[in-house]
Design a protein around this ligand. Structure first.
Ligand code: TEU
Length: 527
């Protein structure tokens, strides 16, 4: 059972394969590159990897537009490479989770090609097709996250199809049982290949609602990607286009499939106004998802009160569900830049200690352990369609997707023999892995040490959590498991603060400096 529940409190390292390690000399990372770097990943003391999509794709959304769920894009390698990756990762004690983009396919997927052919072909209802309004306008006012109407006119069927993201990402129709069966078969394919779990992309988008207009909202809600004041998406309450109660039926089918493969897990990505509520709903009991991925700490605001609010609310509302926290990913500005910590290793240590002491599982995005800042790109250098659409107010997601700097002095920082698909910022060389390995005080080594320590502390992995009231910008939390109680103090003040620790408490001698003995915070063992 302990083995099967490995995911509870696990640390999952997110790999964006395009930007991890190139071995084929085309400037784009590949699966062999991931294999070559598995020793590095294992040295971080993480428990698992999450691979962003590597499936065949026209790459309009850099792999989140899948045209074949059962293969590897030649740019990334072959299925044999993937099998070796799983084998080699397992040999190092690392579990492998992969991204499944089930809500939509690429418009180049054979299912969509067939579906758009006519209104009466076998796959005619595999996507969400609808007639125009009498005036020819789209069936509803739904907006796409990447800009414009969520409906695209198709001249062959003389109908619109739904796409919550790019025009090239048509939404599958999960109200059609044949689609659910087909999708579950695609997922089974990877279970049979031995993966340990899935990150489920935009999973609350799978089932669409009644084709009715979304109501407006008074206040624009800013979020990720295209959810901005300059995108009408943010002006609507998304009550019909996503997060429908019927989606639970699909999630329960998916969970039943995963349960046929003991020890596998799922983490659902849920973007919603009430994402905490949906996370709780989606992870309740043991028949839905294992975990949901929280956007709440991916915020622009590093004020401790602002960070504490969703954490406390989550505790109050989660029931027996399970969260997965992250401070960064391939969709948001890099942590160091977002929270004003560029070049401030000690601030970054605090932020990572904050992340890694929360209750839940944790995703660490590649390069976070190095403290990489957001790359500043010019408009001409952009390739992310979201950035190109919303420039200059929103600069897109390329700045957090630049290649890993492995060696400060090697051509292309050791990432590739040829020019990388996105430029490597000059300042990333100083943060390269080879530089930080030599420095015992580097963020990389601090992260390794802290993750190694965390592994030895059941209270940090599966203990319950209690937050003390915020005082003097110090976040204080207690983790408790069986007889063990840990008090964690995280000082966000930027200057020393005194804290009246309980008299009986004593310091953890074995805790690395990331949490002990510095002004940023400490961990105490309580009786
Ligand atoms: O992102 C999902 C996503 O954009 C939404 O969760 C959105 O931010 C939110 O619902 C707004 O309210 C995933 C991937 O991480 C991203 O890279 C892809 O571009 C996207 O799905 C489409 O597949």
């Amino acid at each position: 059972d302990v083995q099967q529940e490995w995911w509870r409190g696990a640390v999952i390292y997110q790999i964006y394969p395009r930007s991890f390690q190139d071995t084929r000399g085309d400037g784009i990372g590949d699966l062999q590159g991931v294999i070559d770097r598995l020793d590095y990943i294992a040295s971080l003391n993480v428990d698992a990897i999450w691979l962003s999509p590597f499936f065949p794709s026209p790459m309009k959304d850099f792999g989140y537009d899948v045209s074949d769920y059962r293969d590897v894009d030649p740019m990334f390698g072959t299925l044999e490479d993937f099998d070796r990756l799983v084998e080699e990762a397992h040999a190092r004690g690392l579990r492998v989770t992969i991204d499944q983009v089930l809500s939509h396919t690429s418009d180049a997927h054979p299912w969509f090609q067939e579906s758009r052919e006519s209104r009466d072909n076998p796959k005619a209802d595999w996507y969400v097709w609808a007639d125009p309004r009498p005036d020819g306008a789209p069936p509803t006012n739904w907006q796409a996250i990447f800009g414009g109407s969520a409906w695209q006119w198709d001249t062959r069927r003389c109908q619109y199809y739904l796409h919550n993201f790019l025009v090239e990402q048509p939404d599958l129709n999960f109200r059609n049982p044949a689609v659910v069966e087909a999708i579950l078969d695609e997922v089974r394919f990877w279970l049979e290949r031995g993966v340990d779990g899935f990150r489920l992309d935009a999973v609350n988008f799978c089932t669409h609602g009644e084709l009715k207009d979304n109501p407006p909202r008074e206040e624009i809600v800013e979020g990720f990607i295209g959810v901005r004041p300059d995108n009408p998406y943010g002006y609507q309450q998304h009550i019909h286009d996503k997060t429908q109660p019927e989606n639970l039926v699909f999630l329960e089918r998916l969970r039943a499939l995963l349960d046929e493969y003991p020890g596998t897990t799922s983490v659902g990505e849920v973007g919603d106004d009430d994402s905490l509520g949906v996370m709780a709903e989606y992870t309740q009991g043991s028949k839905r998802l294992h975990m949901c991925y929280s956007f709440n700490l991916l915020t622009e605001n590093a004020d401790p009160g602002h960070l504490l609010a969703p954490l406390e609310e989550m505790e109050a509302r989660l029931g027996d569900g399970w969260p997965c926290w992250a401070l960064g990913n391939h969709d948001v500005t890099r942590l160091a830049s977002r929270w004003g910590a560029e070049g401030h290793a000690e601030k970054l240590r605090l932020y990572l200690a904050f992340l890694l002491t929360q209750r839940g599982s944790i995703c660490l995005y590649q390069g976070e352990e190095l403290g990489l800042n957001e790359a500043q790109l010019t408009f001409d250098q952009l390739v992310d369609p979201a950035g190109i659409t919303f420039w200059p107010a929103y600069k897109g997601r390329d700045g957090c997707r630049t290649p890993m700097p492995w060696q400060a002095d090697a051509p292309n920082a050791g990432f590739s023999d040829s020019a990388p698909w996105l430029p490597i910022p000059a300042e990333h060389r100083g943060l390269a892995v080879d530089q930080q390995e030599q420095d015992p005080d580097s963020l990389l080594n601090a992260t390794r040490a802290f993750l190694g320590f965390r592994r030895t502390q059941p209270a940090l992995i599966k203990g319950d959590i209690r937050y003390h009231p915020l005082r003097n910008d110090v976040i204080c939390l207690e983790r408790r498991h069986r007889g063990e109680r840990l008090l964690v103090a995280l000082n966000f003040a930027g200057e020393p603060r005194e804290l009246g620790a309980p008299r009986e408490a004593h310091a953890l001698d074995d805790a690395p400096s990331m949490v002990n003995g510095s002004w940023q915070g400490g961990t105490l063992r309580l009786p």
